[in-house]
Design a protein around this ligand. Structure first.
Ligand SMILES: [Zn+2]
Length: 294
């Protein structure tokens, strides 16, 4: 059975909300789509030069500290704005080097990009406690590598939606039941494609359609948020934004409205680190049943 738990919330708050930012800039087009023509590089540049400063300004306005998942490649290509994110007090999370699809890499290749990401983060003075896979997927070696490099939490998987849990690897068998590994000590703070701004918005020719009304995305976010505050205790709501998507002129005001809505309805805006620090698992207390007299 999955081991999952709750987040201890400050008094009066109903849910932990993480505004996460995958600051991919050029690297998502290179690593995830193999698109390196000027049009895509300029879309990445928009994210770094226009979208990120706008998003930082909005977060400052509401005094919200978020979690910025920054590939090493973004740090090396756009060092000034990457340093600015650190300076504003946001959490920085490891997000690969050039947005690699790690599920396709060998152990050695994956370890190499993990190290390259760590080295780039060190160049802006960061030692991350958390990891987010650029592919939002694992290889068979990812969990072992995260344990080896002493990461404390991950935010890449989807085995729960509103609660952190202890991830297990799965041995896949076509002729018998799949077998779970023991749960990891690394805490999984799950992401969700449903709470990611990218797929509904970004047009990728021959790939993702995007270009829907922002309401499609924010209505769904609101429905998930409302379920969390109504039906779940100690839940967390993990939003994923991308500066090149959320930073657009038609998106940012919608994010602001949504922040106001969540604040009004009891959101505790927290970093992934704060969610990790306040996570707990309830110990099941089994009442002693007196033996029956026959
Ligand atoms: Zn990314």
């Amino acid at each position: 059975m999955q081991i999952n738990g709750k987040v201890k919330l400050p008094k009066g708050k109903k849910i932990a909300v993480n505004i996460g930012t995958d600051f991919d800039a050029h690297s998502v087009w290179m690593g995830a789509f193999d698109l390196t023509t000027p049009a895509y590089m300029h879309r990445g540049e928009f994210g770094a030069e226009v979208g990120a400063p706008r998003l930082l300004k909005l977060l400052d306005k509401y005094n919200i500290k978020g979690s910025w998942c920054i590939p090493g490649h973004t740090i090396d290509t756009f060092p000034e704005i990457s340093k600015e994110v650190v300076k504003r007090g946001h959490e920085i999370v490891h997000h690969g080097y050039a947005h690699e699809n790690i599920s396709k890499l060998t152990y050695e290749q994956e370890e190499k990009v993990l190290q390259m990401g760590l080295e780039a983060l060190a160049r802006i003075g960061v030692k991350p406690r958390g990891y987010r896979s650029p592919a939002w997927d694992y290889s068979p070696n990812t969990l072992k590598l995260l344990e080896k490099y002493e990461f404390e939490y991950d935010s890449s998987l989807m085995g729960n939606d509103l609660h952190p849990y202890r991830p297990r690897m799965v041995e896949v068998n076509m002729d018998k039941a799949n077998v779970f590994s023991p749960p990891s000590n690394i805490l999984e703070i799950p992401v969700s494609w449903y709470l990611d701004d990218f797929p509904t918005q970004e047009l990728v020719l021959g790939g993702v359609e995007g270009l829907t009304s922002p309401d499609v995305f924010f209505d769904r976010c609101k429905a998930i948020f409302n379920y969390g505050i109504t039906n779940e205790e100690g839940a967390c709501f993990i939003l994923t934004t991308h500066p090149q998507t959320i930073g657009r002129a038609h998106m940012l005001p919608k994010l602001e409205e949504f922040i106001q809505y969540m604040e009004y309805h009891g959101a505790w805006f927290a970093t992934l680190e704060e969610i990790y620090e306040n996570y707990y698992e309830e110990v099941e207390v089994k009442a002693k049943i007196p033996s029956l007299k026959v």
